[in-house]
Design a protein. Sequence first.
Length: 278
Amino acid sequence: MKTAIGQRHLLGKISMYVFLLIFLILSVFPFYWMFIGATNPSSSMFASPPTFIPGSHFLENFRNLDANVGIWRVLFNSLFVAGLYVVLALAISTTAAYAFAKFSFRGRNLIFTIFLLSMMIPYQATLIPLFQMMANFDLLNTYFALIAPQLCYPFAIFLMRQNFLAFPSELLESARLDGAGEWRIFLQIVLPSMKPALAATSIFLFMFQWNNFMWPLIAIRTPDMYTFPVALSTLSGVSYTDYGQVMMGITIATVPILIFFLAMQKHFISGMLGSALK
């Protein structure tokens, strides 16, 4: 009897490890194929049989990419826009979420519901009025136009609010009785305990802005203001596309996201769990 149970347990563990191995291969292979494409000429992408060995065209593809899109300028634009956006959007999201979670005022639930319902509006439906507004204020082709429209991000407010709801209100009342002001309570008591939630929200905000394509494509007018998604789109021609350059660009564009996630992953899971359990 024990032998049969042990065999079933062993079979279950083997099946689980096989499934995880298959999932790992499926998850990692696109990144490996991206790197293979970045180190080989464009023609190798359509070779039969395909090559799975890194080539010697890494520097050549990088130089060609830099000559075509100005990789360092594009990298600066993307990092500056995404970094500043995370800081500003996080500041707005945390203060708004804290107000929705811990302050009682007329219409609080209605306003928060409107925020959530706004996520149901297709992003494309806002592009024309947003473009007209930016054009009227002569703000097109500026960093402001890339950052400002999405600063009030409903999902970030929702995520932070769920974590603020889990914070004990008794601690806030004790701090008020001790004479602490609202800003001091928020900055010195509440926020330090919200590092996991802040990390999770920062990752979502960074990925949203870093991968944003449609609005920058409309708002940007000159190549010196291109972000990575817009710059990479210029590599696709009507009759010819250099996939070596495309893969090189995608590889470079992926690195900051991986670094940012690895830096924040310590708090990411607990931050997501904190919002889900409330």
